[in-house]
Design a protein around this ligand. Structure first.
Ligand SMILES: N[C@@H](CCC(=O)N[C@@H](CS)C(=O)NCC(=O)O)C(=O)O
Length: 218
């Protein structure tokens, strides 16, 4: 497998973590989002949306969208499972994941930040306010579920990691990047702490990637 991604990409972090949890090796190809390499003609032949991640399996057409890739990995490499067995549990895990992937993360990606700056004339302070607001709002929505629902265990759903945790960890990483105060999402942060005790989450994290700068600035 070949994973096209970038150290700082939260969507790539999700796929890296799932690959690591399932013990799947993938060659990593860095597409430098800060240099706009996602827009290069060469990369657009792999992903016409100009976003990472993309996953090439056995030389076939590239897979795209992190949730679709996570589901693909789950179907093709069912062990260890990252979705519960029961339909209701699967719906809950997917719902938690979608809060991050569909509602929170899309508002903070580089093209949105670029649009706020160039088309809307927003200065850095205003852009940072935007990033922090939407990042925290998604985490608060996850917190509202985790704190009150009895399915929550050591992890978001029970005592083993699921796709919900893979997505939660990526969003918490976003909060770290944007200096978001996470004291009001204690259950999320507890679960994040549990995730980071697992080697697959830890070694997949953005700042531990070979293409990450030594002293990153955001
Ligand atoms: N919903 C997509 C998000 C893909 C996405 O927006 N990726 C970001 C990095 S995390 C990206 O490549 N952005 C490029 C840009 O915004 O120009 C997924 O989950 O895969």
């Amino acid at each position: 497998m070949k994973l096209y991604g970038f150290w700082r990409s939260l969507a790539t972090y999700r796929v890296r973590t799932a690959l690591a949890l399932k013990g799947i090796d993938a060659e990593q190809v860095s597409i430098n989002l800060l240099q706009g390499r996602q827009h290069s003609e060469e990369y657009r032949t792999i992903n016409p949306q100009s976003v990472v991640p993309s996953l090439v399996v056995d030389g076939g057409p590239p897979l795209f969208q992190s949730m679709a890739i996570l589901e693909y990995l789950e179907e093709t490499h069912p062990e260890p499972p990252l979705l519960p067995k029961d339909p209701r549990g699967r719906a809950r895990v997917r719902g938690l994941a979608q809060i991050v992937v569909s509602d929170g993360h899309p508002l903070i990606v580089p093209r949105i930040r670029g649009y706020l700056e160039k088309e809307m004339g927003q200065d850095e302070a205003a852009r940072n306010k935007w990033l922090a607001h939407w990042t925290l709002e998604a985490l608060e929505a996850v917190e509202a579920h985790l704190a009150r629902e009895r399915e929550t265990g050591r992890f978001s759903h029970g005592d083993t990691p699921t796709i919900a945790d893979v997505c939660l960890a990526s969003q918490v990483y976003g909060a770290k990047f944007f200096n978001v105060d996470t004291q009001d999402v204690p259950t999320v942060m507890r679960v994040f702490g549990e995730c980071m005790k697992i080697d697959a989450f830890d070694r997949s994290q953005p700042l531990k990637q070979p293409d990450a700068p030594k002293n990153p600035t955001h």
